[in-house]
Design a protein around this ligand. Structure first.
Ligand SMILES: C[S@@+](CC[C@H](N)C(=O)[O-])C[C@H]1O[C@@H](n2cnc3c(N)ncnc32)[C@H](O)[C@@H]1O
Length: 350
């Protein structure tokens, strides 16, 4: 993994100066506010205080003296049984997300997931996935990334909340260890993996910080943890498809992070370091969404957990109408659609 090019993306932090902000700069300010809100949301100032101090010292976290692990349980050098401690208060999202993301599992696997294929390939090139790599895809969904990794000889494990997606993943990776579970409570021992990825998954946990700290816990010291999230929304065509659903979703709590909260580089790095990771290179990957026709586009876009939520509230027809309207400007003369999307990746080391 290359940690040399941290200078990439520093243009993100250009000072706005004293002149009147452009529309783009306004968007940036809002993005920063959303990121700040994510970090606030992540911390419960009373219950997280002690743990955060420990998370900031990754060596102490691994130390044989009594410490907290990242699941909020205590353990010590004598290998005593783990003792439950007061756990973070955010409710788990595993049941509700499992149901929503699994609602249209085949549409996700056949259509929408294809749009991330270039991201999986690029990430595996960067981390030099090879034969024998012990690999966990945290929030593996229907398992395309797992399948690519298995084809390259990795020993694949995956975890997801959605049983229906996992059924597809198991068919694609028959030798994989693919489990239903919660990102916040990974059912794997400490230091089990050489590589853990979260392709657009950590942000869906009840407490994303706990989920990432879990990813770190199960990664061996020096192993790789990859966080993939949305790229910056400003100017991104796919962001308009997400925005189209906003009127069909219940209002979020004021402090809740939006889908782009981790797209801010500073927030993304803080997210990683708070989990005890060494944050390395941040880079963006373009991965366009392509659909042969409108019907395919509506099935693909309607298969996300977010769309499922909107469908619960307003019905399939309303969601299809919102997507169809937002799709109009991307229609090509042959009736197909291509929508630019970009994803931001952070390579980190446990
Ligand atoms: C945007 S999808 C990404 C899936 C897959 N990584 C991909 O690239 O296609 C988010 C995934 O996170 C899973 N998820 C959401 N909340 C979860 C939780 N608390 N525990 C485990 N998985 C969760 C969903 O079921 C869904 O498969």
């Amino acid at each position: 993994m290359n940690f040399a090019s941290d200078t990439e993306r520093h243009r993100l932090h250009k000072p706005a100066g004293r002149r009147v902000r452009t529309a783009g700069e306004h968007a940036k300010v809002e993005l920063h506010a959303a990121a700040t809100s994510l970090l606030r949301y992540r911390y419960n100032p009373t219950t997280n205080k002690a743990r955060q101090g420990i998370l900031e010292d990754r060596h102490r976290l691994r130390s044989p003296v009594a410490c907290l692990n990242t699941r909020g349980v205590s353990r010590d050098a004598t290998n005593e049984k783990e003792k439950p401690m007061a756990r973070e208060t955010m409710p788990s999202t595993v049941d509700i997300n499992g149901r929503r993301w699994g609602a249209r599992a085949h549409d996700w696997a056949d259509i929408q997931e294809q749009g991330c294929r270039p991201v999986y390939l690029a990430v595996f090139e960067r981390v030099a996935l090879r034969s024998g790599t012990a690999y966990l895809d945290a929030g593996c969904g229907a398992g395309m990334a797992s399948q690519i990794a298995a084809e390259r000889g990795a020993r694949v494990s995956g975890l997801d909340a959605a049983d229906n997606l996992l059924a597809i993943a198991r068919a694609r990776v028959p030798d994989g260890d693919l489990r239903v579970g919660d990102l916040e409570r990974l059912p794997f021992a400490d230091d089990s993996f050489d590589l853990v990825t979260g392709f657009n998954s950590f942000q869906f946990a009840g407490n994303p910080g706990v989920a990432l700290a879990e990813a770190r816990r199960v990664t061996r010291p020096g192993g790789d943890v990859v966080i993939v999230t949305w790229g910056e929304p400003e100017g991104m065509e796919a962001a308009s498809l997400l925005a189209a659903l906003k009127p069909l979703l219940p209002p979020s709590p004021a402090a809740a992070p939006g889908p782009f909260a981790l797209s801010d580089e500073t927030a993304l790095r803080t997210f990683a370091t708070d989990a005890g990771l060494d944050a390395g290179e941040v880079f963006d990957l373009d991965s366009p969404w392509q659909y042969a026709d409108l019907a395919t586009a509506l099935r693909g876009l309607g298969s996300s957990g977010v769309a499922a939520r909107a469908i619960e509230e307003h019905g399939q027809a309303a969601v299809d109408a919102a997507h169809a309207s937002a799709l109009t400007r991307f229609r090509r003369p042959n009736g197909s659609y291509t929508i630019a999307a970009s994803f931001r990746c952070l390579l980190a080391r446990a």
